[in-house]
Design a protein around this ligand. Structure first.
Ligand SMILES: *[C@@H]1O[C@H](CO)[C@@H](O)[C@H](O)[C@H]1NC(C)=O
Ligand SMILES: *[C@@H]1O[C@H](CO)[C@@H](O)[C@H](O)[C@H]1NC(C)=O
Ligand SMILES: *[C@@H]1O[C@H](CO)[C@@H](O)[C@H](O)[C@H]1NC(C)=O
Length: 394
């Protein structure tokens, strides 16, 4: 089907009902945004899951991932939901050149981080067979559409909420205890990395849509305090499962995402400030909460990584990073390619590597690689507080 046929079809189907259109569109997550790469090793298509798989070569025992579509690597393939990325062109530039459920043309940040840590790519919790052997380098619980608030994103269909994901972590640690014994499991978990990337859907699917009259009841400031308090409790639950090394990702500038440029009729691609202001407040509240937790939880090493800051650096210095398309998605239709979601290979641009945005809400592999390098070592812009991941585990 040609793009124009698709376009007409979707206008027809969805225009009368804006919420239906939104259903199809969102998921998001992002957490990432920006740029291109200079000296990052390009993933080789021949060695996806075996990368640095030898025993003893990794810097930490395992990587556990919690969150939304910014880091979902296949969870939603098993669920009944509109928020899915199991068809081309998703995955076309991935190691295997196949769709996997990642909301990207290629890799997501945790894929790059796994290789920096000397670990193989981490499998999705629902995609593995439940044996400890399969989970021993880590597990990815992230589910597109999930938010900090239980009901955020529920109009998309099924997802695994943040609370449920933390419960799954606890189930996993129980399995480790059964298989390796209490002390060995506690040591394993406490030296592993827990990476949390969630919160975008609490804006995209909840606050910005004024669900349950939320905008009247809460100013963005109060809403963010609520989200930070909820997240704080969830991190304490992880701590009770012996997690000690935690990376909390902030929100990306979703006010610059092609969907909102289209929806708010941006002139010249100018980002939507009213949305970015809420994101800034969210990041401020989360960073403060992380500082508090570091004081409250003995032995915890928690870092906050400001994706907004790093992403704006990429947008501003896009020439330096090698991006010449900064506002339009690579895949989609309409103004900024932000109106109709990415549905088929013929809606996608040829070269995603010079684009910041892959689809309406998600950055390209090139941006994810820059963000991952920044989380790891602050290579381009220091973005994690009080230190980078590399320094945290040193
Ligand atoms: C689970 O997967 C691992 C490797 O992915 C394999 O070695 C193991 O035999 C599998 N276990 C079962 C019960 O299928
Ligand atoms: C949010 O919804 C409520 C009722 O559903 C409405 O009264 C209020 O004006 C809306 N707020 C905004 C900012 O649209
Ligand atoms: C971006 O650069 C590529 C070549 O490097 C060029 O083909 C393309 O037209 C440029 N796009 C824009 C929007 O400038």
């Amino acid at each position: 089907m040609s793009p124009s046929v698709f376009f007409t079809f979707f206008i027809f189907l969805f225009f009368p009902s804006f919420s239906a259109l939104e259903i199809n569109n969102f998921d998001h997550a992002y957490t990432n945004i920006i740029n291109m790469v200079e000296n990052i090793p390009t993933p080789s298509s021949t060695e996806p899951r075996t990368l640095n798989n030898e025993v003893g070569s990794s810097l930490v025992p395992a990587l556990f991932v919690i969150g939304d579509s910014s880091v979902d690597c296949g969870t939603n393939n098993f669920l009944g939901t509109f928020a899915r990325a199991d068809r081309l062109p998703y995955g076309r530039d991935f190691d295997t050149h196949q769709p996997t459920g990642r909301f990207c043309n290629g890799r997501i940040p945790v894929d790059y981080l796994a290789s920096f840590l000397g670990l193989p790519l981490v499998p999705s919790y629902l995609g593995q067979n439940g044996s400890v052997e399969d989970m021993v380098h880590g597990v990815n619980y992230a589910s597109a559409g999930a938010g900090i608030i239980f009901s955020s994103g529920s109009e998309l269909g099924q997802h695994i909420s943040l609370t449920q994901q933390i419960q799954q972590v606890s189930d996993t640690t129980q399995q480790f205890i059964l298989s390796m014994g209490e002390d060995a499991a506690a040591s394993f978990i406490s030296r592993s990395i827990f990476y949390i990337s969630v919160g975008t859907n609490d804006y995209i699917h909840y606050y910005l849509r004024n669900i349950s009259n939320v905008q009247t009841l809460y100013l963005p400031w109060n809403f963010n305090q609520f989200l930070a308090t909820t997240m704080k409790q969830e991190i304490k639950n992880l701590y009770n499962s012996n997690a000690r090394r935690v990376v909390v990702m902030g929100l990306a500038p979703i006010g610059c995402a092609p969907f909102y440029l289209w929806m708010y009729r941006s002139r010249d691609g100018h980002c939507i400030d009213i949305i970015n202001d809420m994101v800034l407040e969210f990041n401020f509240a989360m960073r403060f909460m992380v500082e508090e937790l570091n004081h409250e939880l003995p032995g915890a090493d928690i870092i906050f990584c400001d994706v907004f800051e790093a992403s704006m650096d990429i947008i501003k210095n896009h020439d330096y990073y090698g991006f010449n398309v900064t506002t339009d998605a690579c895949c989609g239709l309409g103004r900024y390619k932000g109106f109709i979601m990415c549905l088929s290979p013929d809606m996608a641009c040829q070269n995603a590597a010079n684009h910041i945005w892959w689809d309406q809400f998600h950055p390209t592999d090139a941006v994810n690689s820059i963000l991952a390098e920044n989380v790891w070592s602050g290579l381009h812009t220091p973005m994690c507080y009080p230190m980078s991941l590399q320094d945290m585990i040193a």
